[in-house]
Design a protein around this ligand. Structure first.
Ligand code: GLV
Ligand code: GLV
Length: 330
């Protein structure tokens, strides 16, 4: 029986499905493993169930030569050096599709919260400062009919565009590495623009692009100066896509109106400047966190691990591989 590591706590009833096929080492105390601990626990393991908090890099792979599958419970996989995995024949899987609508819901909610100053209003009430109604108290900007900008038009980006176009009458502009098919563009009321136009014309800009060296600080000090002073910026992509220090400065100087952030550079630590600002809504990386969706993500990661290690009904054919070329017969 192969051995597998479940690197972080996950739904016990779902993780238990692995026990029918493998000898499982889990992490019920949910300690975040540093590199040395991760390497130690991965010794002799054929597979790993990981989350965004485990970095699987070339050094880890070299130290764990028996590893054949890394199954991430996340759609993003910037915690994994996929090229290094592919070079060693290690299959990598992620959890796309199952979280698309839930994550889009949250991105939209965060954008609306920033535009309509919901968190700020709530803090104001909790501080006991509400003594009278006032005509321009906590006035924000409209979402309906405003121009929705999307940077990164993958599945989640398209799901957000659909909400904006069909539910809120928003013209949608987007920038992406590749352009959508014309019929999808027209169904989403979406227009492809260059990045400069996206920054200049968006009333509400939502970031949904994967993190990579190419997308590092895609929004930094310069980009922020090109946005409207009334605009909002929402990041549900990854920390590092935005230069958080530059964003804090722009929010403080009111170069943009507000931001909604679910992901941060260096999370779970936050740039302390962000915590001081009233015009930013902050959430702890929970865009996919509905009960049903987190269960679906765990279940898909487990299905991937079982299949990737040659067990179960889909043996050898994990449902959502990131580097399927590893599976091809050599
Ligand atoms: C969460 O950030 C994910 O990538 O699923
Ligand atoms: C990213 O992978 C997405 O689903 O948008």
């Amino acid at each position: 029986m192969d051995k597998v590591l479940v690197a972080r706590a996950a739904f016990p009833d779902i993780v238990d499905r692995l026990r029918a096929h493998f000898e499982v080492e889990d992490n019920p105390s949910d300690t975040v493993l540093d590199k040395a601990q991760l390497i130690a626990r991965l010794q002799g393991k054929a597979g790993a169930f990981t989350t965004g908090s485990e970095r699987i890099d070339a050094e880890v792979l070299a130290a764990c030569p028996q590893l054949r599958a890394v199954c991430n419970m996340a759609v993003g996989y910037n915690n994994i050096d996929v090229a290094a995995c592919t070079a060693r024949g290690v299959i990598v899987t992620n959890t796309p599709d199952v979280l698309t609508e839930t994550t889009a819901d949250f991105g939209f909610a965060l954008m609306m919260a920033a535009a309509r100053r919901i968190a700020e209003s709530e803090h104001y009430l909790r501080r006991g400062e509400w003594t009278k109604w006032h005509y321009d108290q906590l006035v924000g900007s409209d979402v309906h009919g405003a121009t929705l900008g999307i940077l990164g038009m993958g599945r989640i980006g398209q799901a957000i565009a659909r909400r904006g176009a069909l539910g809120f009458g928003m013209p949608v502009i987007y920038h992406n590495r590749s352009r959508l098919a014309p019929e999808i563009e027209s169904a989403l009321n979406a227009r492809y623009v260059d990045k400069a136009t996206l920054l200049r014309e968006s009333d509400h800009l939502v970031l949904v692009l994967p993190y990579s060296a190419a997308s590092h600080h895609a929004i930094g000090a310069v980009e922020l100066t090109h946005m409207k002073p009334t605009a909002t910026l929402t990041n549900i992509a990854r920390g590092g896509v935005v230069d958080d220090a530059a964003l804090a400065e722009a929010l403080k100087a009111r170069r943009i109106a507000a931001a909604g952030l679910d992901v941060f550079e260096g999370e779970p630590k936050l740039n302390p400047a962000l915590l001081e600002l009233p015009n930013v809504v902050l959430t702890p990386h929970i865009a996919s966190a509905s009960v049903a969706t987190r269960r679906a993500m765990a279940s898909l990661a487990v299905d991937n691990l079982i299949a990737a290690l040659g067990c179960g009904p889909q043996a050898g054919r994990p449902p959502t591989p990131v580097n399927p070329e590893v599976l091809a017969p050599r």
